[in-house]
Design a protein around this ligand. Structure first.
Ligand code: CU
Length: 329
């Protein structure tokens, strides 16, 4: 990403047109803002009874450790925002150090899994929680309490209150995927949760010919994503030249041909992620996010980035409503 950012600045300096420069600077600044918002924090907070080590990223991890070396601890965790309790859960942790990995969702309920016994019952693995907490920007108050030892309540529970700042949801508000141009007919984007990379590669739009499009969906490890689903729509001069919905690919790669093009004018390509899963099965992962770009060979790479970013912001606004309706799994 840093490299991409520097490249934009470098390309900007080399450009001659002032208006194109201004657009590029705005684009570069907005991209910089997006990346700087998603910084990961890792902090330690000390209380009288508990210490809290936490990180904030796509997931929020909380790790409570008792100040006194107690084991087989009954913990209660309460999270509140603006004075309202959002989530409260009790846990038993054999080694006393409670680790919780929270995936913020927009669903209405919480799920708790994990917490497996390790070494007989000498230790407890991390708990996995997903639910509507840490899903909005702002300051959360997190209270950790040692309520008992081996299910025997303490006469006076030992509580500590911490606060955690969440700034990352700004990225979701942008809604769009982080995009970069790979050449005149190729663009790639990363889903906002960072799990998928979409690459779209087209041939030249030429009058009297069909244009070919290759869509490749890979994981963040650059491995082709199995059972990937997406929609693709291509228009030219306001006319749809290709439209396919719920395209299912076993190995994350789809080849498409448009109708015979009536002109050599630019075309607009839009690919919308529709999750991971076999046909007829419940889909998981990034859904409803669109990568959208304008294939304009004669303008070259730079103009395409600017157009792509401009277009994706518009789509982000429409896509946001759709994303909110689909619970994250
Ligand atoms: Cu225990």
């Amino acid at each position: 990403m840093e490299y991409f950012f520097l490249k934009i600045i470098k390309d900007t300096i080399m450009l001659k047109s002032n208006s194109a420069n201004l657009l590029l600077i705005l684009t570069a600044v907005s991209l910089f803002l997006i990346t700087s918002i998603v910084t990961v924090q890792a902090e330690m907070k000390n209380g009288d009874n508990l210490n809290l080590h936490y990180t904030v990223g796509d997931k929020v991890t909380l790790s409570f450790s008792p100040v006194l070396p107690v084991i087989h601890v009954d913990h209660q965790v309460v999270v509140a925002k603006d004075g309202n309790e959002i989530w409260s859960q009790t846990f038993h942790d054999h080694d006393g150090n409670l680790e919780i990995e929270i995936t913020p969702t927009d669903s209405s309920s919480f799920s708790v899994t994990g917490g497996a016994d390790i070494g007989g019952k000498t230790s407890t693995g991390a708990f996995m929680v997903s639910g509507p907490v840490f899903n909005e920007m702002g300051t959360y108050s997190v209270t950790g309490t040692i309520t008992g030892i081996e299910f025997i309540p303490l006469p006076i529970p030992l509580a500590d209150e911490f606060s955690i700042e969440i700034a990352g949801s700004e990225e979701m508000d942008m809604g769009g995927m982080e995009m970069k141009s790979m050449g005149e007919h190729q663009v790639s984007a990363i889903s906002s949760d960072g799990s998928l990379i979409v690459n779209v590669d087209t041939s030249d739009p030429v009058a009297g010919e069909m244009m070919s499009v290759t869509v490749t969906i890979t994981t963040d490890k650059k491995v082709h994503q199995t059972n990937a689903n997406y929609d693709i729509i291509i228009t030219q001069d306001g006319k749809t030249v290709l439209s396919e919905t719920d395209v299912y690919t076993t190995h994350g790669e789809g080849e498409h041909m448009t109708d015979v093009l009536e002109s050599s004018n630019p075309v607009d390509v839009q690919v919308t992620l529709q999750g991971i899963g076999k046909p007829g099965e419940l889909k998981t992962g990034a859904m409803g996010e669109a990568i959208s770009f304008h294939v304009v060979p004669e303008f070259g790479t730079i103009a395409m980035i600017v157009l792509a970013v401009a277009v994706v912001s518009i789509i982000a606004i429409t896509a946001k409503t759709k994303i909110a309706l689909i619970p994250k799994l």
